[in-house]
Design a protein around this ligand. Structure first.
Ligand SMILES: CC(C)(COP(=O)(O)OP(=O)(O)OC[C@H]1O[C@@H](n2cnc3c(N)ncnc32)[C@H](O)[C@@H]1OP(=O)(O)O)[C@@H](O)C(=O)NCCC(=O)NCCS
Length: 179
């Protein structure tokens, strides 16, 4: 599938991989956002807990939508090529400043029903392959709680290693960085 295979009113596709389609978030994604971020299972290691309600999902989504026109990069809604209308996760890169350095934050959160299939890794690789050549020299980082082993395993599989001195951010998350 390529962007030209899609109908004119379809979402804006960012990248296509073997099994997945990554697209820009859009206003209509609020329910899907809430299904993913409001699920206690996807927030087991998040001290703030799951998202409260649809209004909170809308607010977070508005931020994700706004990132794209401002930065030319951002988080993506992920679906399978087999069911492109069903969002199974959110993954991608957010351009921000970490201790004064411009870096990408790599993000991934998937519906539990989509875990264990390699989708998160595939989506992250596709997002990085699309964005990184456009932003040469910007390092990829990820902020992960020490006890979030599934997330740390994924980060390491993608080539992001924890800071050798155990450096953490203000929320006590280990700073991982692509070697
Ligand atoms: C972090 C998270 C995205 C990881 O999901 P995941 O599905 O385990 O990650 P991957 O995409 O790398 O899939 C790897 C798993 O799929 C399996 N798999 C099955 N088919 C596969 C395939 N075709 N290709 C690759 N892996 C495959 C692998 O064996 C591996 O299983 P294992 O971890 O039990 O060994 C998921 O746990 C999640 O959404 N957690 C909640 C949100 C969160 O904590 N986000 C991070 C905040 S810092």
């Amino acid at each position: 599938m390529t962007t030209t295979d899609l109908p004119a009113d379809a979402r804006t596709v960012v990248a296509v991989s073997e099994r997945l389609v990554l697209s820009r978030p859009q206003e209509g994604d609020a329910e899907a956002m809430f299904a993913i971020h409001g699920d206690p299972e996807t927030n087991r290691y998040n001290p703030h807990g799951p998202q409260r309600d649809l209004a909170a999902a809308r607010e977070q989504l508005a931020g994700f939508v706004a990132d794209w026109p401002r930065d030319g990069v951002g988080y993506c809604m992920v679906a399978t090529r087999a069911e492109p209308e069903v969002v199974i996760g959110v993954a991608g890169l957010f351009l921000h400043s970490l201790d004064g350095e411009p870096v990408f934050n790599l993000y991934y959160r998937f519906r539990p029903s989509a875990w264990g299939k390699g989708y998160a890794a595939e989506a992250c690789r596709a997002a990085m392959a699309e964005a990184l050549p456009r932003f040469p020299g910007v390092p990829v980082t990820a902020l992960i709680r020490a006890d979030n082993l599934p997330s740390r395993r994924l980060a390491e599989r993608l080539g992001l290693m924890p800071d050798p001195d155990g450096r953490v951010d203000q929320e006590d998350r280990l700073i991982h960085r692509m070697a």
